[in-house]
Design a protein around this ligand. Structure first.
Ligand code: SAH
Length: 266
């Protein structure tokens, strides 16, 4: 068989198009068909050339518009008809992105594929909020967890391990369970005055960062009516945000280079 189809599982980062890798941008601009979900930002979708076929398979918590099995089947079907298929995913495909499930499916169906890493939310959103994931004397490691339980069952996490004051804890998909998460961490020994943050729409122009303590994180999140995507950061490093915030600073600089009139990636 000549020229078999190839599927590219491409991470786009959390939203700011300037955070795309060059490989991701090249693929977006030179493919027949693009499949994407809800976490791929509008600014990134704007980079897709007019003639490219777009297929939306987004999902929201409790409202799975296209079940994963159907997405897998769609990839195989598209590989029959197209030469190059680009599957865009928010952040990194291998961090809570089901990229590995889709890749396993492609292996099973003998479809060649490549995986393009993207900057994951834990890295990019914290950096844009002026929060280093590690800092000498404040955090010697990072734990990354999902706060979303399987089939909406009880959250089954190792609270003792997570309540580690020497590490930064980053919670993806934690909005619905944030009250329980904070209570469990305090009950497991993490101080209620541990600096904590909620970052909504990280890296995008609409980014909002709420700085508080573990004891107040759930109430403050509720009061601020935050809605997805939100990432939570718990740990002493959050105390540096006051000094290191650069993105939220209104200094007259257009931080969104790709959207500015002077820069072209064409
Ligand atoms: N593969 C993605 C994660 C997908 S899970 C990655 O590597 O980043 C979806 C969760 O990621 C969201 O519920 C939220 O917790 C987090 N997230 C993704 N993009 C975000 C953003 N721009 N701002 C805040 N949180 C984000």
């Amino acid at each position: 068989m000549s020229n078999p189809a190839r599927v590219y599982l491409v991470g786009t980062g959390p939203g700011d198009p300037d955070l795309l890798t060059i490989k991701a941008l090249r693929l977006i601009q030179d493919t027949d068909v693009i499949i994407y979900d809800r976490l791929v930002s509008d600014a990134i979708l704007d980079l897709i050339p007019a003639g490219t076929t777009r297929i939306y398979v987004g999902k929201e918590t409790g409202n799975h518009t296209v079940p994963q099995q159907e997405i897998n089947q769609l990839l195989v079907k598209l590989a029959d008809a197209h030469h190059r298929i680009v599957r865009l995913k928010g952040g990194d495909p291998f961090v809570f992105g089901r990229g590995s499930e889709e890749a396993m499916w492609l292996v099973k169906h003998n479809i060649p594929f490549e995986i393009v890493p993207g900057i994951t939310a834990a890295s990019a959103c914290t950096t844009y909020a002026g929060i280093p994931l590690t800092h000498r004397g404040l955090a010697q490691g990072v734990q990354i967890i999902t706060g979303h339980s399987q089939q909406d069952g009880p959250l089954d996490l190792d609270w003792k391990t997570l309540a580690d004051a020497s590490q930064t804890l980053v919670v993806y998909m934690g909005l619905a369970n944030i009250k329980l998460i904070c209570e469990k961490l305090v009950a497991a020994g993490l101080a209620a005055d541990t600096p904590s943050a909620a970052i909504q729409n990280g890296t995008m122009a609409q980014q909002q960062c709420l700085l508080t303590t573990l004891g107040s994180l759930a109430d403050e999140t509720h009061r601020a009516k935050l809605c997805p995507p939100v990432i939570f950061v718990i740990g002493k490093v959050v105390s540096l945000a006051d000094s290191l915030d650069w993105f939220g600073v209104n200094d007259g600089v257009n931080h969104q280079f790709l959207n500015s009139e002077t820069t072209s990636y064409g």
